[in-house]
Design a protein around this ligand. Structure first.
Ligand code: BTN
Length: 231
């Protein structure tokens, strides 16, 4: 896989989408810093110090329902972080947590033309190295204390784990996701696509979150946002 390395760039996801429209169908963009990092739901993503990468994935390389893409990528990143000795967990659907704080976010996007998906972009932002986080996030985010060599090794480990998850039996990915979930068995709030509260019961075969609502109805969340309710 070709690696495009940038010292600083507005957003590797935005650049990857531009490259796809110019005909690129494979590769990974890596930036040391982003000046306009983007998160889910149009939010900004603080990108001062870390691994900020976007993988361009042709639909041909994705062996499962694209709905499962973000979950599969979360499994790959969590495994890579764990392989470096950290105890990480997955907060449905796109965040990796370390001791109750977010250390990584994932943003999957599709680039289409005339109704056809040309390619997917999976953006991964991992906080690495000590940095002054802005006041509005400093209580809820974490960073991995790695030196430059360890950071580079983690980047390559993430790439390896992504290659692995793309050929792995889906059942084993799902079983890992369930094992590492910091959400299953907890009372949660959900908002965005649907709004309410309930108990996170399980994941369905595409990584959707099965919730028993407070009205005792089972629903499956496939998008939107959740938060774990404080006891
Ligand atoms: C989220 O937490 O909502 C997802 C954050 C995704 C951030 C990554 S960093 C690399 C890539 N480029 C971006 O602009 N965003 C993603």
């Amino acid at each position: 896989m070709k690696i495009y390395h940038y010292e600083s760039i507005p957003s590797t996801n935005a650049e990857a989408k531009k490259m796809i429209l110019e005909g690129v169908r494979d590769g990974v963009l890596l930036a040391e810093h982003q000046s306009a990092g983007r998160g889910r739901l149009g939010r900004s993503f603080f990108s001062e110090n870390g691994i900020f990468m976007s993988i361009i994935l042709s639909p041909k390389r994705i062996p499962f329902d694209p709905e499962f893409l973000t979950s599969a990528m979360a499994a790959a990143v969590c495994r890579a972080i764990e392989a470096k000795g950290f105890k990480a967990g997955i907060k449905w659907v796109n965040d990796i947590y370390l001791e109750g704080k977010k250390v990584c976010g994932i943003l999957s996007e599709a680039v289409s033309m005339g109704g056809d998906i040309l390619s997917y972009v999976v953006g991964i932002g991992i906080n690495v190295g000590e940095v002054e986080f802005p006041d509005n996030i400093k209580e809820i985010v974490a960073f991995l204390p790695l030196n430059e060599d360890e950071k580079e090794a983690l980047f390559f480990c993430v790439l390896d784990e992504i290659e692995h998850v793309l050929v792995e039996n889906k059942k084993s990915v799902l079983s890992y996701l369930k094992q590492k979930s910091v959400v299953l068995g907890k009372e949660i709030r959900f908002f965005g696509v649907q709004n309410g509260e309930g108990l996170a019961l399980d994941l369905d075969e595409n990584g959707g979150l099965i919730i028993q609502t407070t009205e005792k109805e089972n629903i499956i969340l496939t998008g939107g946002e959740i938060s774990v309710r404080a006891k």
